[in-house]
Design a protein around this ligand. Structure first.
Ligand code: AMP
Ligand code: ZN
Length: 112
């Protein structure tokens, strides 16, 4: 755990969140400022600052997070599809420096 990390505090239950999933390694909760009708975040419980800070030994963990995305999305009503975003670093628009995957859906997305 990183002491000054917002998402580490959410994982630890020190800051409230609307959790949608939790297991030993991974946690998912609704985004506090949703960009669409359904918007949640999947995070590793381990503090990894960004995708650029992940290492080879995180391969399984990253795979688990990606495989969890469609399962949770379907459970939360996004069976027809969803957008997946990982902002990486300040240049990638990342504001919270704890790796997270945005799962966004529930209305037609803007073309990329
Ligand atoms: P990013 O710009 O990719 O770092 O995204 C950070 C996301 O965290 C933003 O979409 C925020 O709305 C979201 N966020 C910030 N604080 C909280 C919080 N306390 N609970 C849930 N989501 C949060
Ligand atoms: Zn953290």
């Amino acid at each position: 755990m990183s002491v000054d990390c917002l998402f580490c505090k959410i994982v630890a239950g020190e800051i409230p969140s609307k959790k949608v999933y939790e297991d030993a390694e991974v946690c998912a909760f609704y985004d506090i400022h949703p960009a669409a009708p359904v918007h949640f975040l999947i995070v590793p419980k381990e503090h990894i600052a960004s995708l650029a800070d992940a290492h080879a030994h995180h391969e399984m963990l990253l795979g688990r997070i990606l495989l969890l995305a469609p399962v949770l999305a379907k459970e939360l009503g996004l069976g027809s599809g969803f957008r997946t975003i990982i902002n990486t670093g300040r240049g990638g628009g990342q504001e919270v420096m704890h790796l997270h995957v945005h799962i966004i859906g529930g209305r037609a997305p803007r073309p990329m």
